[in-house]
Design a protein around this ligand. Structure first.
Ligand code: SF4
Length: 459
């Protein structure tokens, strides 16, 4: 396995392939879910699903203040009333969906995202967990993750999370540089972050992950180096290194960030290269796209064993699960269907107050969707599409069926990002930074509509 930075990272190639592309946490991507798939369809799918293990995603949309770079579905409030109303609706949704399940478990994975789930009081989180356990059948060992904001969590709070069963903490850092923090309206000291990370270790959490963002306003290599030093001092099990996507026409908060404060494209790639170099030197394994993990982390093992999966939370070791999304905007994936709840908080609560599922759109995959989903998943996770597997599972000869797509990848092959062997299409270590671009030709929806402008750039 190559470890020299020049073996795995080519800034010139990354600049050349920097295009707009989906992140492929699903295929088809969520912008192709349609309102023709409604609560009745979802109910039918839940009632008739196969006996797969369950993964639960719980969306807590509240944050006390807006980070200007944010592109999440979140509501800014410090008022207890709206939060209480939401939690009551969430409890109704948990009960409603669990009651529709013919096969209720076992639950093997739970993830709380947002928003800022750690902004909830401990007793509120404990109550949600209690409802989940009351309505679903939990496996003896469940991977339980929560996104944590050190600005609203202390050591005692982390201990309580551990007592509730959480064993994975995902901590937002972005950048410790005070100049950057002022520009993104997120002032978070190293000291308060360290308290949370150390408390998670003391509480016996299995994994601590830190999130960084490159391309933020006023980011500078010299000061970013200090952030990287601090991150590595904390020895996270995983690091997510996201590219900041400036889409102020879509995300209102981003209008607070002047384009003139953003690093230009070459500086942005330099920041990425700097982070990749430091993580590689520190022996982190590049899992794919923006994710890194320590060599003994389950994600790194899954990468080696070819069992890595990708879902709405990013890379995962849990494949073959049905995902039940709970909360406003949450997405479910059951069998061959995706379904998304309303993104409107009021609509969400009104539906559940009337005992109705808040599902507003979704999609049932065609056979063709299923085939392309498997190809894209294999590229994003295993970095390899095995022709024999595709033949066995879908009855098609890969090279003939995808002749046009392979033609579109010829330049990538010449550039050393992919290689064609008689048995498989393989992504090289360099190509792992450009997985979205490599997967793009297999996306029939983009081909049909010629639309990619609404997606973020790779870098
Ligand atoms: S980045 Fe996270 S904490 Fe900040 S406003 Fe968005 S959801 Fe809330």
């Amino acid at each position: 396995m190559p470890t020299a930075i020049t073996d795995v990272f080519d800034a010139e190639l990354i600049r050349r392939y920097d295009t707009r592309a989906p992140r492929y946490t699903s295929y088809p991507t969520a912008d192709h879910f349609h309102p023709g798939f409604g609560p009745g369809d979802y109910q039918r799918v839940l009632c008739t699903r196969a006996d797969a293990p369950l993964s639960l995603y719980v969306h807590i949309p509240f944050c006390p203040s807006p980070c200007f770079y944010c592109g999440c579905h979140r509501e800014i409030t410090r008022q207890p009333g709206p939060i209480q109303d939401y939690l009551e609706a969430l409890e109704r949704e948990i009960a409603l969906k669990a009651a529709l399940l013919e096969q209720s478990g076992p639950v093997v994975q739970v993830h709380f995202g947002g928003g800022s789930p750690s902004f909830l009081a401990s007793d509120q989180l404990a109550r949600v967990m209690d409802r989940l356990r009351a309505h679903f059948d939990f496996a003896p060992k469940v991977e339980m993750g929560i996104e944590a904001d050190p600005r609203n969590l202390d050591a005692a709070g982390v201990m309580l999370l551990g007592q509730m069963g959480f064993n994975r903490l995902s901590v937002g850092v972005q950048d410790f540089d005070p100049v950057v923090q002022a520009a993104i309206n997120r002032r978070q000291s190293y000291a308060e972050t360290e308290v949370v990370v150390r408390a998670a270790r003391a509480a016996g959490f299995d994994s601590v992950s830190l999130d960084l963002i490159y391309g933020l306003p006023h980011q500078h290599p010299e000061r970013f180096e200090t952030t990287l030093d601090q991150v590595l001092t904390l020895q996270p099990d995983r690091v997510a290194l996201y590219s900041y996507a400036h889409l102020p026409e879509r995300f209102k908060a981003q209008r607070q960030i002047p384009a003139s404060a953003l690093p230009d494209p070459s500086l942005k790639i330099r920041l990425l290269e700097q982070a990749v170099e430091r993580l590689t030197e520190a022996d982190y394994v590049h899992i794919g796209m923006d994710h890194f993990a320590q060599p003994n982390d389950p994600l790194a093992n899954a990468l080696t064993q070819g069992t890595l999966h990708r879902n709405f939370q990013g890379y995962s070791t849990h494949g073959g699960c049905d995902l039940i999304g709970l909360g406003v905007s949450a997405i479910s994936q059951i069998g061959h269907c995706y379904a998304q709840n309303t993104k409107d908080l009021q609509d969400y609560q009104t539906s559940l107050n009337h005992g109705a599922l808040p599902v507003r759109r979704g999609i049932t995959l065609t056979r063709e969707d299923g085939l392309r989903q498997e190809v894209i998943q294999a590229l994003m996770c295993q970095g390899r599409v095995c022709y024999r597997n595709i033949r066995a599972r879908h009855g098609v000869e890969f090279a003939a069926y995808f002749a046009e797509e392979l033609l579109r990848l010829e330049t990538a092959a010449t550039d050393g990002l992919v290689r064609f062997t008689p048995q498989a299409l393989e992504v090289t270590p360099r190509g792992r930074y450009l997985l979205r671009a490599i997967a793009l030709p297999f996306d029939a929806y983009l081909k049909r509509n010629g639309e990619s402008l609404r997606h973020s750039r790779l870098i």
